[in-house]
Design a protein around this ligand. Structure first.
Ligand code: AMP
Length: 228
C-alpha cells in the first residue's frame, strides 16, 4: 500500500496515521516529525527549519524533498508500502514526489484526503499535547492523559507544539489554502483522491479507511468511499 494523507492542519492526519501504521506494515514518513527531530538533534539545518515552522511557513522544497527522497530510496524495504503524512504540500513537491517514485519504479495507490470544519480544527490544535518521548498525541478535553502532563503509554512528559498557537495556526491555514489545497485537483485528475470526513472521531475515521483500503486491496476497484 502506497498512500498519501492530505488535509488541513488539525484534520486528524497524525492520529489516523498512528492507527494505520499499527494495522499495516508500512513505512510512515511524517515530514513534520522529521523536521521536529532535526530541531531536537540541533542538526546544522535546525535553526533554519525552526524559523519556518514557528512562522507556520513551508520549509523550502529542496530541504524537504531531499529528506523524503532519502527515506523512500534508502529506508523503504523492497516489499514494504509507505504512508506519506504532510508531504507533498504544494504543486512542486507533488511533481518532485512523482519523480522520486518513478526513480524507484513505484507509484501512489491513493491519496486519502481529510476535510474538517474550521471550529473543530482550531479546538483540536489548541488542545493538542504530544509526548516528548514516544510522540503519542493527546487532547486536553477529547483525549486527556490519565495523569496530567504525563504520557499513558511511556510516562514521558507532554508538551504543546510551539506552532500550535493562534497566530501560527492562522498562517498554517492560509498556507494550506493557498499552496496545499490546489494539489487536490492534481490527484483528483489522476483518479487517486478519496475524501473522508475529518470531523468524525479518529476511530470512526480509521475504520472507514480500513474498510476502503481492504475493499480496494481485494477487488482493486472503488466501492463505498467517495472517490472524487
Ligand atoms: P506538520 O507536523 O505536518 O503539521 O508540519 C509542521 C510544520 O513543518 C509545517 O507548518 C511546516 O512549517 C513544516 N513542514 C512539514 N511538512 C512540510 C512540507 N512537506 N513542506 C514544507 N514544510 C513542511
Amino acid at each position: 500500500m502506497r498512500i498519501v494523507l492530505l488535509g488541513p492542519p488539525g484534520a486528524g492526519k497524525g492520529s489516523v496515521a498512528a492507527l494505520i501504521k499499527d494495522r499495516y506494515a508500512l513505512l510512515h514518513i511524517s515530514t513534520g516529525d522529521i523536521l521536529r527531530e532535526e530541531i531536537r538533534k540541533e542538526s546544522p539545518l535546525a535553526k533554519e527549519i525552526k524559523s519556518y515552522i514557528e512562522r507556520g511557513a513551508l520549509v523550502p522544497d529542496e530541504v524537504i524533498t531531499k529528506m523524503v527522497d532519502q527515506k523512500l530510496t534508502k529506508d523503504l524495504g523492497v516489499t514494504e508500502g509507505f504512508m506519506l503524512d504532510g508531504y507533498p504540500r504544494n504543486d512542486s513537491q507533488a511533481k518532485e514526489l512523482d519523480a522520486i517514485l518513478k526513480k524507484i519504479d513505484s507509484s501512489l495507490d491513493f491519496v486519502l484526503n481529510m476535510e474538517a470544519s474550521l471550529p473543530l480544527i482550531l479546538s483540536r490544535i489548541s488542545g493538542r499535547r504530544i509526548c516528548k518521548k514516544c510522540g503519542a498525541v493527546y487532547h486536553m478535553t477529547n483525549k486527556p492523559p490519565k495523569a496530567a502532563g504525563v504520557c499513558d503509554a511511556c510516562s514521558g512528559p507532554l508538551y504543546q507544539r510551539s506552532d500550535d498557537n493562534e497566530e501560527t495556526i492562522k498562517n498554517r491555514m492560509s498556507v494550506y489554502n493557498s499552496s496545499t489545497a490546489p494539489i487536490l485537483e492534481y490527484y483528483r485528475k489522476q483518479g487517486k483522491l478519496v475524501t473522508f470526513d475529518g470531523d468524525k472521531e479518529t476511530n470512526v475515521l480509521f475504520e472507514e479507511f480500513v474498510k476502503f483500503l481492504n475493499e480496494n486491496k481485494r477487488f482493486n476497484k472503488n466501492q463505498n468511499a467517495s472517490r472524487n
